[in-house]
Design a protein around this ligand. Structure first.
Ligand code: ACM
Length: 458
């Protein structure tokens, strides 16, 4: 059966056998999507019908399956996309009965960090496919880090000609202190990212970009030393993992620089949101230069939030900004612990729950021998599945930081199948963990067929 578990399923005897000859009708983007997902010609006709009708909400859908065919209805194209994903997950033997389904949370996402390692653009398309297969609708793309700047900015070419390349990376865990001595680099052109945005949109996934500042900016400062606090020092793009002490200065010219970056960013990425970061900003450099350094984080983010508003965009920020003087319409991503969710709600913000205790999929799943190197852990599947964000949140997402996930294969191993647990928590239908595991065992062959790497179940 399906993952995420539908809200309601009334089974009936028999099944509809889907084949290359099955005929489909409905909005062209929907019939095209079903053909692409199944890899079948599916000529026009009425065996599977997709129809828009009132009453299903922004993302809900209904499937009525008989031995003769499937009638899918929804009130939006987005709802029909989730109907397509359900049919694709059940094919080729779609069980008869009625499914009435809709997500609890509007924001259901996953973060991919391409700052620590530049992943090929093709993998970003795959990541969007993986999200959509789990009915997750947000791809949070973390584009900038101390260790690499990945977003092409035409006005400031050194951000990528310098900032996208580092001389070396940690060998083993960064705490071991060893260097691999191998240059690593790469970035995405605006053209590539526009292609990704369109591809993800065709699958119902919104790509939300993050430019993380004013910390996590050593790569930008390496490219343009005037952005930093000691312009006479030429920093390099960071070669160790961990948080750099080098942060943006608080000069007008630096704010203006980053506003120009955002101007290009919003031109490439659609949707209402831009993530401005704001996490883990060491105060040492500011303390040496400015009065009230503890106020500068809120000041920085408020300045950029005001600029985003001129573009009609809304800021998302990490939970360090709660109580730091950012506008109430800033959405908080609560990461440092489950208790941060309630704190951010109490401060009047909308909140996306991503506590590292449950939702950090870069953490290893197990500490058993033979498990690949991870940043920390363990975060077992069942703990992810047990997460309850409580009432009132905008949504939930899993975060895949990539310090120790240098390849798409490693990234997928940490992502899957725990992302399925994130998806069911986000959809709002998580229940018994044993029953979930049984359904999950049925999903793994589909990962295999799609060519997605995953960690086998224990
Ligand atoms: C974070 O994990 N630093 C948001």
């Amino acid at each position: 059966m399906l993952i995420p578990q539908p809200v309601s399923h009334q089974p009936a005897p028999g099944h509809f056998a889907l084949s290359a000859a099955t005929r489909v009708s409905g909005p062209p983007e929907i019939t095209t999507l079903l053909r692409e997902l199944l890899g079948l010609p599916l000529p026009p006709g009425g065996d599977i019908t997709f129809t828009l009708t009132e009453g299903h909400g922004p993302e809900g859908y209904e499937l009525d399956v008989t031995t003769d065919g499937v009638a899918a209805t929804a009130s939006t194209v987005q709802g029909l996309r989730w109907a397509v994903q359900s049919i694709a997950q059940l094919a080729p033997q779609v069980p008869c009965g009625r499914i009435v389904d809709a997500p609890k949370h509007a924001w259901r996402g996953a973060l991919l960090d391409v700052g620590r390692w530049h992943h090929p653009i093709g993998f970003l398309h795959t990541f969007a496919d993986i999200l959509a297969a789990h009915k997750l609708n947000v791809f949070h793309l973390h584009l900038t880090e101390d260790q690499g700047w990945r977003f092409e900015v035409k006005r400031y070419p050194r951000l990528t000609s310098v900032g996208a390349h580092r001389r070396s990376s940690p060998l083993g865990h960064t705490n071991d202190g060893l260097d691999d001595g191998r240059p690593h680099g790469g970035f995405y052109t605006q053209e590539e990212l526009r292609g990704l945005v369109a591809y993800a949109a065709s699958r119902g996934v919104l790509v939300v970009p993050e430019i993380d500042l004013p910390g996590h900016t050593q790569a930008a400062i390496a490219a343009y030393p005037e952005l930093g606090n000691r312009p006479e020092v030429q920093h390099e793009v960071m070669t160790r993992f961990g948080v750099s002490e080098h942060v943006l200065n608080a000069e007008e010219s630096t704010v203006e620089f980053m506003c120009h970056v955002l101007d290009e960013l919003v031109d490439v990425f659609g949707g209402p949101y831009v993530h401005l970061g704001g996490d883990e900003v060491p105060l040492a450099e500011w303390s040496a230069r400015y009065e009230n350094p503890e106020r500068l984080l809120g000041w920085w983010i408020s300045r950029l939030a005001a600029h985003l508003r001129t573009h009609g965009r809304r800021p998302i920020v990490w939970d360090e900004l709660v109580g730091a003087g950012v506008p109430e319409d800033a959405i908080i991503m609560a990461w440092r612990g489950p208790e941060r969710v309630g704190e951010a709600l109490a401060a009047g913000h909308e909140v996306i729950a991503v506590p590292q205790s449950h939702m950090y999929l870069d953490h290893g799943e197990s500490t058993a021998p033979g498990e690949p190197l991870s940043i920390t852990g363990p975060l077992p599947l069942d703990r992810v599945y047990s997460y309850d964000p409580g009432p009132g949140v905008l949504g939930v997402q899993g975060n895949l930081w990539s310090e120790y996930l240098p390849t798409p294969e490693r990234a997928q191993y940490n992502l899957l199948p725990r992302l399925a647990a994130v998806a069911e928590v986000a959809w709002g239908t998580a229940g018994d963990a044993g029953e979930f595991r049984a359904r999950l065992a049925g999903l793994l062959p589909r990962y295999e067929a799609a060519g997605w790497n995953y960690r086998p179940l224990d």
